[in-house]
Ligand binder design. Structure first.
Ligand code: HEM
Length: 496
C-alpha cells in the first residue's frame, strides 16, 4: 500500500529521490514507477509488480514524472467509470495541470487538453453531445455496413492477392476501418492512402501530426458544410440534424473523435485477432473443429489484448477511497483496461476460455462507455471472416517470436503481420468474398461457423499459374442442401 503521505496532487516534493545505494534507484521521485521510458519496457510485468506492491490501485508517474494513479482492479475500474459524482473526465480539475506540473508541450497533451467534445464533457453537456452521437449512430444500417465491409475487404485483398505475400497491418487492418468509417460518415470519396496516413500521424504524434490534423479537419469541415446545405442519409447529416443542435464546429470535432476513435482501436483489434487466428493453436483447432466463430475469437482478443490498454484519464471530483487508496480531490486516474482485464480476482486462470463473457473493459463503461462498439465489432468480425474466405491458405511469414510490437501506455500494437499464401486473381468487389477459384491448402479451415463444412475436392497445390486474372472471378457456388437454422442466422448476421 502507498504510505498515507503520498500525494497524487503533486504537493509531495517531486524532486526527492531515493538515498544513494537505495534499491529504488532507477525509479522516479517518491520511489514511484514510471509508465514511460526504460522502466516501462515490459508494462505487463510492471502492472503485476504494482498489483503485488499496492493492490488494485497504484501510484505511478507519467512523462515528466507527473503523478497519477493507475487502476489495476477490474471492479475498481468499473466502480470508477460508473460513479460520475466521484470521478469525471474533465481534466480542468486535475491538480498537476492546475499547479503547472504539466507543461503545454507535455507529450500527452493531446489526450489531456480539455476540448468541448463528448469524451471530456460531463453532466447535461455530456448528455447533449452524446445524444447527438448515439442518435446518429442509431441510424446506421448495420446490414448495409456489413455489405460495405465485404466490398472493401474484396478491394483491399485485390490490391495484394496476386503477390502471394502481404503485411496485414499496413495493407489491411489499418485500411479497412478507415474505408468503412468514411462510407458511414458520408465521404466515401475521401477514403484514400492520404487519409489513412493522416490518422496514423495523429495517433503517433509525429512531426507532421499538426499538418495531418489540419488536413483531416479541413476534409471534415467541408463535409459538414455540404451536409448542412444538403442533408443526405448518412451519419454526418443525422449528427447535424439531431435536436441537440450541434454547431458546425461541434459537428466537425465530433466527426474527428468518431473517426479517430474508430480507426485506431478497430485497426488494433483486427491485427490482434488475425495474429491470434494465425498463431494460436487453440483458435486454429477450434476454428477448424467448428467450435469457435470469428466473433468469439474477437471477444477473446478483447480480453487478452484490448485495442486500447489505458485511457487517460478520469479525475476525482472530491476526496474519496478506491481500492484501499486515499484519493484526493483533483487526483488523476488511468482507466486500466489491460491490467483490469487480467485481474486475478476475475481471471484466476488466464488460459481459460472467456467464450460468451463480454464483461471485459475494452470499451470502458458507465456514461462514457464506447458508443461505437457494435460498429467496431462488425468491422472486425465481418472483415476478418471475409479475408479468411479470400485467403483460406494464409500463413504467418515469420516465426511468431519475430513479430514486433510497439508499446506505449495507451496501446500495444503489432508493427507488421507478414503473411504468405498462394497467389490468387482479384475478385469482383460486388461479389461475396470466397476462396474460388483457388482451393484452400488448409482444407480444414471453416471459419465463422459451427457447422461442419463439406470437404473441398482435393486440388493441385499452389503455386498458381501466372494466368491473367479473370473479371469477375467465379465465386463459390452455394451448397445445394437446405440451410440449417444456424447457417441461416450466420448468413443474416453477415449481411448476405
Ligand atoms: C474495437 C473497437 C473499439 C474499441 C476497443 C473502443 C474503445 C473505446 C474506449 C475504451 C472508450 C472510452 C470509454 C470510457 O471513457 O469509459 C471509447 C470511447 C468512445 N468511442 Fe470507442 N472503441 C472502439 C470503436 C469505436 C468506433 C467504431 C466508434 C465510432 C463509430 C467509437 C466511438 C467512440 C466515441 C465517440 C467515444 C467517446 C464516448 C464518450 O465519451 O461519451 N469507438 N471507445
Amino acid at each position: 500500500m502507498t504510505p498515507e503521505s503520498h500525494s497524487m496532487t503533486g504537493t509531495d516534493d517531486p524532486l526527492l529521490g531515493p538515498p544513494p545505494g537505495c534499491p529504488a534507484h532507477g525509479l522516479g521521485p517518491g520511489g514511484l514507477h514510471r509508465l514511460y521510458g526504460p522502466d516501462a519496457a515490459d508494462l505487463e510485468s510492471l502492472y503485476e509488480n504494482l498489483r503485488d506492491q499496492h493492490g488494485p490501485v497504484a501510484p505511478v508517474l507519467l512523462h515528466d514524472d507527473v503523478p497519477i494513479w493507475v487502476v489495476l482492479g477490474h471492479a475498481e475500474n468499473l466502480h470508477m467509470v460508473s460513479a460520475p459524482s466521484l470521478f469525471c473526465r474533465d481534466s480542468r480539475i486535475w491538480n498537476p495541470l492546475l499547479e503547472g506540473m504539466v507543461k503545454p508541450d507535455h507529450p500527452l497533451m493531446p489526450h489531456i487538453a480539455w476540448q468541448p467534445i463528448c469524451s471530456h464533457a460531463e453532466g447535461d453537456e455530456h448528455l447533449r453531445l452524446r445524444a447527438a452521437v448515439t442518435g446518429a449512430m442509431s441510424t446506421i444500417d448495420h446490414r448495409g455496413v456489413r455489405g460495405q465491409i465485404n466490398r472493401y475487404t474484396q478491394r483491399l485483398v485485390n490490391r495484394f492477392c496476386e503477390e502471394g505475400t502481404a503485411d496485414l497491418v499496413s495493407q489491411f487492418a489499418e485500411h479497412l476501418p478507415m474505408a468503412v468509417m468514411c462510407e458511414i460518415l458520408g465521404m466515401p470519396d475521401e477514403y484514400n492512402d492520404r487519409i489513412v496516413e493522416a490518422a496514423r500521424d495523429l495517433i503517433r504524434g509525429t512531426e507532421t501530426a499538426i499538418a495531418s490534423n489540419a488536413y483531416l479537419m479541413d476534409v471534415l469541415m467541408r463535409l459538414t458544410a455540404r451536409r448542412r446545405a444538403q442533408p443526405e442519409e448518412d451519419f454526418t447529416s443525422h449528427l447535424i440534424n439531431h435536436p441537440a443542435r450541434l454547431t458546425d464546429d461541434e459537428v466537425g470535432q465530433h466527426l474527428r473523435v468518431v473517426l479517430i476513435a474508430a480507426y485506431e482501436s478497430t485497426a488494433n483489434l483486427i491485427a490482434n485477432v488475425l495474429r491470434m487466428v494465425l498463431t494460436d493453436p487453440r483458435f486454429r483447432a477450434q476454428l477448424s473443429g467448428g467450435q469457435m466463430t470469428v466473433p468469439e475469437a474477437v471477444e477473446q482478443s478483447l480480453w487478452d489484448e484490448p485495442p486500447l490498454s489505458n485511457v487517460l484519464g478520469y479525475f476525482a471530483k472530491q476526496d474519496t477511497e478506491l481500492g484501499g487508496q486515499r484519493i484526493r480531490k483533483g487526483d488523476g486516474l488511468l482507466l486500466g483496461i489491460a491490467p483490469g482485464n487480467v485481474d486475478p480476482r476475475v481471471r484466476p486462470d488466464l488460459s481459460a476460455n472467456m467464450q460468451g463473457n463480454r464483461s471485459h473493459l475494452a470499451f470502458g463503461g458507465g456514461p462514457h462507455e464506447c458508443p461505437g462498439q457494435d460498429v467496431g465489432r462488425a468491422i472486425a468480425d465481418t472483415g476478418i471472416d471475409a479475408l479468411l474466405m479470400r485467403l483460406p491458405d494464409v500463413q504467418l511469414d515469420c516465426d511468431e517470436d519475430e513479430l514486433e510490437w510497439r508499446q506505449s501506455m495507451a496501446s500495444r500494437h503489432l508493427v507488421e503481420l507478414p503473411v504468405h499464401f498462394a497467389p490468387k486473381p482479384p475478385q469482383d468487389v460486388t461479389q461475396k468474398p470466397s476462396h474460388a477459384p483457388v482451393l484452400p491448402q488448409r482444407a480444414t479451415w471453416h471459419v465463422g461457423t459451427s457447422q461442419p463444412q463439406p470437404t473441398p475436392t482435393p486440388a493441385a497445390p499452389a503455386p498458381q499459374p501466372a494466368a491473367p486474372p479473370q473479371y469477375p472471378a467465379p465465386t463459390t457456388p452455394e451448397p445445394a442442401r437446405p440451410m440449417g437454422a444456424w447457417q441461416r442466422f450466420l448468413r443474416w448476421w453477415r449481411g448476405y
